[in-house]
Design a protein around this ligand. Structure first.
Ligand code: FAD
Length: 313
């Protein structure tokens, strides 16, 4: 029997699963309570490329992202994790903050040559970064957690206090759910849609996140190509919209002409849990550790934040 304190992790998206894995592998007995299973979380909708987008404060997000990068590189070397490294073109322009690249290992990123840029773009970085294929990676995390004796129950938590009895610790990874459960009105959704299309020809994976309202990205997965995106603040609609599918297809075709007229396999929408600052801290006066509000970078910062949670415990 473990002598370390029992922990209840709330939430089974990427933040909850990564924290739960870290804690249980450090020897804590861990139980997850989650309103919905991993495959129904925002995390399951994500393109899940390593790239700190809509995550604040930038300095901390960059540190957590760099720490996660190293962990993902290790996972990419193992079979069946759903993680691999890929070449990713980050379109940008002079004067924009590109500090995301500063914490990366030497050789992981270089300036793109003009002929590597889509028409109309003046600058870009080609980075070799991790991609987590969510349909494999989330089950992998859950299985890794279970193999250590971790347990999970699908149940909505309405009150935290009863979970804190007998010196138990609660780690809150409920993302947008923290609005209701912890009364945090500073966390809000940035609704994002992705369109999965059939893979016909090789494409360059890339992102243009320079302007609000004009987000575009192309991510080549093993089974399809994921196209995005939208960035609607305070929009709670989890249903994909036909109009957004059309906008995404048009925007991505402009960025990568090799896409042609791809066959649409599926459209999905998810609510990025945005907060002015990611909350990864111990609550004053209670045995609660928060880990939520990761915006558009929940995968990117996941291991850095999970390590922070472990330190806080
Ligand atoms: C279209 C789109 C594309 C994205 N692309 C990327 C990307 O390329 N790279 C990247 O890093 N990030 C990306 N993101 C962002 C990423 O998906 C999020 O930052 C991440 O999923 C947040 O994970 P989370 O575990 O904190 O929250 P969630 O995945 O939302 O999980 C929250 C969990 O808490 C549970 N919960 C909520 N309330 C309660 C309650 N009261 N009781 C019990 N359980 C509760 C939920 O059921 C769920 O399991 C993208 C997001 C979207 C929408």
């Amino acid at each position: 029997m473990s002598l370390l304190q029992p922990i209840t992790v709330l939430g089974a998206g990427v933040s909850g699963l990564s924290a739960a894995v870290r804690l249980i592998e450090a020897g804590h007995p861990v139980h997850i309570l989650s309103k919905e299973p991993p495959e129904r979380s925002t995390s399951a909708v994500a393109a899940a490329i390593w790239f700190p987008y809509e995550a604040e404060p930038v300095e901390k997000a960059n540190r957590w992202s760099a720490e996660s990068f190293h962990e993902f590189v290790k996972l990419a070397a193992l079979p069946d994790t759903g993680v691999r490294l890929m070449d990713f073109l980050v379109l940008t322009r002079p004067g924009l903050d590109n500090s995301w690249k500063d914490g990366l290992p030497a050789g992981a990123v270089r300036k793109a040559h003009p002929e590597q840029l889509p028409p109309g773009y003046e600058m870009g970085y080609l980075a070799r970064v991790p991609l987590a294929e969510t349909q494999i990676y989330l089950p992998y995390l859950l299985e890794r957690f279970r193999q250590q004796g971790g347990t999970i129950k699908i149940q909505e938590v309405k009150a935290v206090e009863p979970l804190l009895e007998k010196g138990h610790t609660v780690v809150n990874c409920t993302g947008l759910g923290s609005r209701e459960l912890f009364g945090d009105e500073s966390v809000y959704p940035i609704r994002g849609q992705v369109v999965k299309v059939k893979k016909e020809a090789p494409v360059q994976s890339m992102v243009d996140s320079m302007e609000k309202g004009r987000l575009g990205y192309i991510i080549e997965r093993s089974d399809c190509i994921v196209l995005g995106g939208t960035d609607y603040d305070h929009d709670y609609n989890r249903a994909p919209a036909e109009k957004d599918t059309r906008t995404i297809l048009e925007r991505c075709r402009q960025m990568e002409q090799r896409l042609g007229q791809p066959l649409v396999l599926q459209a999905l929408a998810g609510l990025r849990p945005k907060r002015p600052a990611i909350r990864c801290e111990r609550e004053d006066g209670r045995n609660v550790i928060h880990n939520y509000g990761h915006g558009g970078a929940g995968f990117t910062v996941s291991w850095g934040c999970a390590d922070e949670v472990l330190r806080l415990v």
